[in-house]
Design a protein around this ligand. Structure first.
Ligand SMILES: NC(=O)c1ccc[n+]([C@@H]2O[C@H](COP(=O)([O-])OP(=O)(O)OC[C@H]3O[C@@H](n4cnc5c(N)ncnc54)[C@H](O)[C@@H]3O)[C@@H](O)[C@H]2O)c1
Ligand SMILES: O=C(O)CC[C@@H](O)C(=O)O
Length: 530
């Protein structure tokens, strides 16, 4: 049974699939302090949050069972991603579910700003019929500058066209071709500052975007601009904005987000007649809250059940087409890594992974993570997983070399894992996925084999002499270890050879000791693949 903690108010309908799953137990506990979360998080396999819960490094460190943090929304600035990666915790978000809702809120704010609706409402319900103070402006024929042309920015641009606005768009990833397709003029930040009548920001808050609109930008800004921020507090410098309003540069601003939320009672935005505000409501519609909760719940279920998932924030995105091609290899890759690590006696210094055949045609990074997990698990156990395996290899100064080549020694696909130890010795294992037959280990060091990578195995190296197979069989029989299958590989008659035996149960240590005492037998190692 997996335990899921929901620590922010998240749509009941959205998490219904979790509540109804018979392998999941859901606890809803909102408003917990960091200390309270630290005290209970060790019991949970998954944590679901919106933006209220700050998931700190301390919480991650106490989360000994946690596999996933699901963010029901886009921004993950309330989650310590570095700490999550180090702890091997997958962070997922729901990037698409609130796009339209936030875009519509941006429009609501832009129109409210253009027509002074909140101020007029307040006066009207206060008993004053004031038709003079609230002269607005039209959106038609105005220039809208959009900073950040991702999901929300692009939807805002689309709707602004319907209002008859000219749109200037800036985004480091916006190409001329895409801009033209959307009917947007590709612009620089300075172009927008100098020419826009309205500006709306839709970037994440990063070191680069923090205060990207501040005193120097206000200094060159077109006089009378109106600014909307429904993205993240801090993209526009709050104090510099208030100064720019007082200086008559900015005509008004509409903000849904603040540098610190909730803002203090004396925050200057709350006392400025030219600034309208909402309490981070961009994503707050019935539809969006259901969408994001459904999206994260679905991915959390996949992760807990060890199924393919999407929207991981602390792992590189992989196209579905690539994932479909790679997924059948994940199990094989992990077992090859595990096999190679189990036959390596020495501390590993270098890991080389060679992909060949059809695997050379795809981005194999996700598969590399599984292979590294297999290798690292030998010593790190469940601490190593596909989220942190690259990171763990890096912090241990392991040299990871990955190559791809079309040639396959007759196989349509081949994965070769070579581990080099500190003393320069190597251990190599190669495997393939045979159509209709499944996973096979086809090479161990210099020997061709055909072994199912499963269960308990004994890898023996010996000198090819008559009687050795009988001796090994007799000893295992005496020790009540049943042999399910056996293969022998040699290069030349009477030379070095290997024997790989699949046995039905765990091999006690004294059996290995007995094996290496047999004449002409050099080494015996146990490999367990689960
Ligand atoms: N107010 C809310 O409730 C609410 C709701 C949803 C999203 N958001 C926020 O809105 C923002 C946009 O969300 P989205 O879903 O469109 O994200 P997105 O990732 O689709 O788009 C963000 C865009 O910003 C661009 N960008 C990054 N750095 C930039 C820079 N220096 N200058 C210009 N562009 C830059 C990126 O290239 C990307 O295209 C995020 O900060 C998100 O957290 C707020
Ligand atoms: O959870 C919320 O309501 C805020 C969501 C929003 O800021 C986001 O980044 O998705």
């Amino acid at each position: 049974m997996f335990k899921v903690l929901v620590s922010d108010p998240i749509s009941d309908l959205g998490i219904q699939q979790l509540v109804e799953a018979n392998d999941i137990e859901v606890d809803k506990k909102t408003g917990l302090s960091e200390d309270e979360l630290v005290a209970i998080i060790g019991d949970y396999d998954a944590l679901l949050v919106r933006s209220q819960t700050t998931v700190t490094a301390r919480i991650m460190q106490a989360a000994t069972k946690l596999k996933v943090v699901g963010r029901a929304g886009v921004g993950v600035d309330n989650i310590d991603l570095e700490a999550a990666t180090q702890s091997g915790i997958i962070v997922i978000n729901a990037p698409d579910g609130n796009t339209i809702t936030t875009c519509e809120h941006t429009f609501a704010m832009m129109m409210a700003l253009a027509r002074h609706i909140p101020q007029a409402y307040a006066k009207t319900i206060g008993g004053t019929w004031d038709r003079k103070s609230f002269l607005g402006v039209e959106l038609r024929n105005k220039t809208l500058g959009v900073l950040g042309m991702g999901r929300i920015g692009s939807e805002v641009a689309k709707r602004a066209k319907a209002f008859g606005m000219d749109i200037l768009g800036y985004d480091p990833f916006l190409t001329q071709e895409r801009a033209e397709k959307m009917g947007v003029k590709l612009a620089s930040v300075d172009d927008i500052l100098q020419h826009a009548d309205f500006m709306t920001v839709h970037t994440p808050l990063t070191p680069e975007t923090k205060h990207m609109i501040s005193t120097p930008q206000f200094a060159i800004m077109k006089k009378g601009m109106r600014i909307v921020n429904c993205a993240r507090g801090g993209v526009v410098d709050e104090l510099a904005l208030v100064e720019a309003i007082e200086a008559g540069i900015v005509a008004g601003a509409a903000f849904d987000v603040f540098e610190s939320e909730p803002p203090q009672a004396d925050h200057p935005f709350l006392h400025n007649p030219h600034i309208i505000v909402t309490p981070h409501l961009g994503a707050s519609t019935v539809e969006a809250q259901e969408n994001v909760a459904i999206d994260v719940s679905e991915q959390v279920l996949h992760i807990l059940r060890d199924e393919p998932f999407k929207n991981a924030v602390n792992m590189p995105p992989v196209a579905a087409s690539v994932m479909n091609k790679l997924q059948p290899y994940f199990g094989l890759g992990e077992k090859l890594g595990s096999f190679a690590a189990q036959i390596s006696a020495q501390a590993i210094q270098e890991i080389r992974i060679d992909y060949a055949g059809e695997l050379s045609e795809v981005d194999t990074q996700p598969l590399t993570r599984y292979i590294l997990k297999g290798i690292l698990s030998r010593h790190l156990g469940s601490e190593a997983n596909i989220v942190n395996s690259l990171h763990l290899a890096k912090v241990r100064d392991l040299n990871v070399i990955v190559t791809s080549a079309p040639s396959t020694r007759g196989f349509t696909n081949l994965i070769t894992v070579t581990l080099t130890a500190q003393d320069g010795s190597t251990q190599q294992v190669a495997g393939t996925l045979l159509s209709g037959y499944g996973e096979r280990i086809v090479r161990i060091n210099d020997y061709s084999v055909d072994v199912l990578p499963a269960g308990h195995q004994i890898l023996v190296s010996h000198t090819d002499k008559p009687g050795i197979i009988g001796n090994v069989g007799s000893l295992l029989g005496q020790k009540n270890v049943n042999i399910a299958s056996m293969q022998v590989g040699r290069k030349i008659e009477g030379g070095e050879a290997i024997m790989i035996l699949t046995v039905d149960k765990d091999v006690p240590k004294d059996v290995l000791v007995g094996l290496v005492e047999l004449p002409n037998l050099n080494t015996a190692k146990v490999v367990v693949l689960v």
